[in-house]
Design a protein around this ligand. Structure first.
Ligand SMILES: Nc1ncnc2c1ncn2[C@@H]1O[C@H](COP(=O)(O)OP(=O)(O)O)[C@@H](O)[C@H]1O
Ligand SMILES: [Mg+2]
Length: 379
């Protein structure tokens, strides 16, 4: 039986949209018993947002990992600063929780620029984006999160702004229509998206840099866990750090969340130091397994294997069997399962690999399509 310490549940906001309590209330028919805990969702929840205030890196040096992107930014920032120019526009894409918003903040800090935060869905009417552009001053950073959700009108208003630093305004109707071009100061647009494929080519081509953020390695996540434990004044030894890092699905947001959950557990049980045993038992309490999979991930894999014979199966059918919408499966569950080598995307649908059979303690049928067979077959 799994017992969740009351202090741990209490530590989560009862109104938390993605919190443990509400998520089970909201879970759809067909979801695993109790629903997805959301402990391992890479999507931001309100308690992440609160603790993020202290945890966000404040400089490129504090920003851990993403070496290629960081090296490129370091150079470009230095060059732009020496020319006292705004940095070129940048697009960050990759799964949630990998540090896109953090990086935008760090860039603004490094450029000593003011940052304006916005998001695609909040720029619904032309006046929303015009108002936003109007506020900009020389060298400012404009951050648009979920930029793939900008509507056509907003996107078209943005083109001259990012290309020519101007807004084109139209006045009047029919034959009397006049266009006025208003100049804008030079600014840097930073766009972030989890769905680069949904961005129009026209918009994507207007960014000077397009950077894909990668999942983090366990040593990188260990540094993040250590840093977070330090900021939150939690005593944690290296083994405790490593257990948390290795179950964080390559994602800093999840690593930080696991640190907070383990802290609550340790406090409740009156453990002074988070060591391997404390971390392991705490995470088992949340049903986070060795690879960082939770019950919904395991259910997804077992549906793929047991119901669909290992695939190939279309994402819609898979999502329906799981009781989730296909967007959630594609954005939240699948990227990490693909990263672990448990699922492959093929032109005919999703396929379970031999590693997925192995993880669930099942035997893969002979000839099962697999990327990871070489690794798994090692003695
Ligand atoms: N490279 C990093 N180094 C340290 N902490 C990080 C890093 N990337 C992300 N984080 C932590 O993870 C949290 C989530 O990152 P965020 O930038 O909000 O992700 P995204 O915008 O990609 O969803 C941040 O608040 C920060 O505390
Ligand atoms: Mg973000």
């Amino acid at each position: 039986m799994t017992i969740v310490p009351s202090s741990v549940n209490g530590a989560l906001d009862p109104d938390d949209e993605n919190g443990i309590k509400s998520s089970s209330r909201k879970s759809k028919a067909g979801s695993p018993a109790g629903g997805r805990s959301e402990v391992l969702s890479a999507k931001e929840n309100p308690s992440d947002r609160r603790s993020d205030l202290n945890l966000r890196p404040q400089s490129l040096a504090e920003y851990i990992g993403q070496e290629r992107t960081r090296a490129m930014l370091e150079m470009s920032i230095a060059a732009a600063k020496s020319r006292t120019e705004a940095l070129d526009h940048i697009l960050f894409y990759g799964p949630p929780g990998l540090g896109k918003t953090s990086l935008a903040n760090v860039i603004a800090i490094e450029m000593r620029a003011k940052i304006h935060l916005s998001s695609g869905p909040s720029l619904e009417r032309p006046r929303d984006i015009i108002g936003l552009l109007h506020q900009l001053e020389e060298g400012d950073v404009l951050f648009i999160d979920e930029i793939h959700r900008l509507n056509r009108i907003a996107e078209e208003l943005l083109y001259p702004a990012i290309e020519d630093f101007a807004i084109d305004l139209t006045a009047g109707k029919g034959h009397a229509t006049r266009t006025m071009r208003l100049p804008l100061p030079r600014f840097t647009l930073i766009g972030a998206t989890t769905k680069a494929a949904m961005l129009s080519n026209a918009l994507r081509d207007r960014f000077g840099f397009v950077c894909r953020l990668e999942f983090y390695s366990i040593p990188e996540l260990s540094k993040i866990v250590k840093r977070t434990a330090g900021i939150l004044s939690i005593e944690m030894n290296d083994q405790g750090v490593e257990i948390i890092a290795s179950r964080a699905r390559g994602t800093p947001r999840i690593a930080n969340r696991l640190v907070r959950l383990v802290r609550d557990y340790a406090q409740y049980k009156e453990h002074k130091v988070v060591d391997a045993d404390v971390a392991r038992v705490a995470l088992e309490t949340y049903q986070v397994d060795m690879q960082g999979l939770d019950p919904t991930d395991r259910k997804l894999l077992s549906i793929l294997i047991d119901t669909y014979g290992g695939g190939p199966v279309g994402i819609e059918a898979l999502a329906a069997s799981l009781g989730e919408d296909s967007d959630t499966v594609e954005d939240v569950y699948e990227p990490f399962l693909i990263q672990c080598g448990f699922i492959q995307r093929t032109p005919r649908g999703r396929v379970a690999t031999a590693a997925a059979y192995g993880h669930l303690g099942k035997t893969a049928p002979h000839g099962q399509l697999t990327l990871k067979l070489g690794n798994d077959a090692e003695p």
